[in-house]
Design a protein around this ligand. Structure first.
Ligand code: ATP
Ligand code: MG
Length: 433
């Protein structure tokens, strides 16, 4: 992409309304703009990052056997009346009346709709286990939308729903998602601690929130430092069930549920930190299938009410969480897996014919090799170009200027380490390609 033909409205000054670094940097680097409180326009680079995150989420959901579909954002109120949540959900739900006076709502989540879909289309235990998911916009009229897209009112979520014949099956489905989550966050280069979120009597410990450690997190966590030995950010290969049970046996709790008097972890092993919740997995048995009548014929022909679980990932929130974990005082430092582009070309002298010709040639060659490249071809000074490129945070920068070209070299800068090396054209392409 040529920057002169693209749309990245960067801002030099820190926007006053942004309290945390990810919000500041998303505004400054031209990834988002606010439309109204907690509702954002995703600009081109912001959208590219969010789509890359969604693709990684998709791949890992698919690997775990979940199947993608797409449910609408607008739902009929009847379904929520059946489950009993229509009144209980309160003011967070955006309620809408259509022209025929039908009560509708903008979905804050989809348990009811998926349970209804299941009920109408699955009749036998032979179709189980089943796990269906979508990546869809949600609306929650949060009391205090803040921190940019981190706590928005409109946000993108992956939500999966599992259906099983019995508790044993449901537990297996749960653990598959648990593993999928570990892999997903590790592929994003994030340390996401699975924190126990006991959902009350039923289910026992079958509820975990995945929390990214960050000073700006809204939750306070207490956890056994033993968890750190799992190197959560690199758990990408096969994850043995032994690892899963071991991880699940470690203590990790949110402050509200942490009881210092009865904590099983000795003080010297207990760590405390702030966390950002990026995912939540949850077994809830028959909570929706019972009132909504989601049953299948079991092996003996008798009807069985199915066991369910739901599994959310905050796809849009992850964009902010990734920036909280990857930035410096100059801007964002994207991990390669989700960077809007892999490399930026900085043409130091747009007015110099040889320099521009070399940049055009390099840009073309990168595109031919399928390297995702953002080419700063603007007629602007080097200072502004360096600052913008650092702010946008692509993992690699190639600086092209007359001095280097005389020697036949290009300067390659690593955004994270600031390491710079000089390379010839072929070496450069091979390194990035
Ligand atoms: P929170 O405690 O942060 O309000 P929640 O328990 O309401 O989260 P879930 O209903 O479990 O969240 O939703 C699944 C995921 O969706 C969360 O783990 C989080 O990553 C994301 N999410 C929830 N609310 C928001 C929001 N207002 N803005 C952005 N992402 C959100
Ligand atoms: Mg909430």
């Amino acid at each position: 992409m040529r920057l002169s033909n693209y749309f990245i409205p960067t801002i030099k000054e820190n926007p006053a309304e942004a309290q945390i670094v990810s919000h500041r940097l998303m505004l400054r680097s031209g990834m988002i703009r606010q439309s109204s409180a907690g509702i954002y326009i995703w600009l081109p680079t912001g959208l590219r990052v969010m789509n890359k995150i969604a693709d990684i989420v998709r791949e890992e959901q698919g690997r775990a056997g979940a199947i993608e579909l797409l449910m609408p954002t607008i739902q009929p109120a009847e379904l929520w009346q059946q489950s009993g949540r229509y009144d209980a959900y309160g003011k967070e739900m955006l309620r809408i009346t259509d022209r025929s006076e039908r009560e509708m709502l903008y979905g804050p989540t989809n348990e009811e709709m998926i349970t209804d879909l299941f009920k109408n289309n699955v009749k036998t235990y032979k179709d189980l286990p089943l796990n269906l998911y979508h990546i869809q916009w949600k609306f929650r009229d949060e009391v205090r939308p803040r921190f940019g897209i981190m706590r928005g009112r409109e946000f993108l979520m992956k939500d999966a729903y599992s259906f099983d014949l019995d508790f044993e099956g449901a537990k297996e489905s749960y653990n598959k998602m648990y593993v999928a989550y570990l892999r997903t966050f590790a592929r994003l280069g994030l340390v996401a601690i699975p924190v126990r979120a006991d959902a009350g009597a039923i289910g026992g410990d079958l509820s975990h929130e995945f929390q990214i450690l960050a000073e700006t997190g809204e939750s306070t966590l207490y956890y056994d430092k033993g968890i750190e030995s799992f190197e959560l950010a690199s758990l990408t290969g096969d994850i043995e069930s032994e690892t899963v049970s071991k991880l699940q046996s470690y203590y990790a709790m949110e402050e509200e549920k942490h009881d210092p008097e009865n904590c099983p972890v000795p003080a010297e092993n207990l760590r405390t930190a702030k966390g950002i919740e990026v995912g939540h997995i949850f077994y809830f048995g028959k909570k929706y299938s019972e009132p909504m009548g989601a049953k299948v014929a079991g092996p003996d022909g008798k009807e069985v009410v199915v066991e369910m679980g739901s599994y959310g990932i905050g796809v849009s929130r992850l964009v902010g969480a990734l920036i909280e974990a990857n930035h410096d005082d100059k801007g964002i430092i994207w991990p390669e897996a989700v960077a809007p582009f892999k490399v930026g070309i900085i043409n130091l002298r747009a007015k110099d014919e040889a320099c521009t010709a070399a940049c055009d040639d390099l840009y073309q060659k990168m595109q031919d090799r399928g390297i995702e490249v953002l080419y700063d071809d603007r007629d602007a000074g080097p200072g502004a170009k360096f600052a913008d490129m650092d702010l946008i945070g692509l993992p690699w920068q190639v600086v092209v200027g007359p001095k280097g070209l005389e020697k036949g070299v290009y300067e390659l800068k690593n955004r994270r380490t600031d390491e710079r090396i000089e390379l010839g054209l072929e070496e450069l392409l091979n390194k990035l390609g």
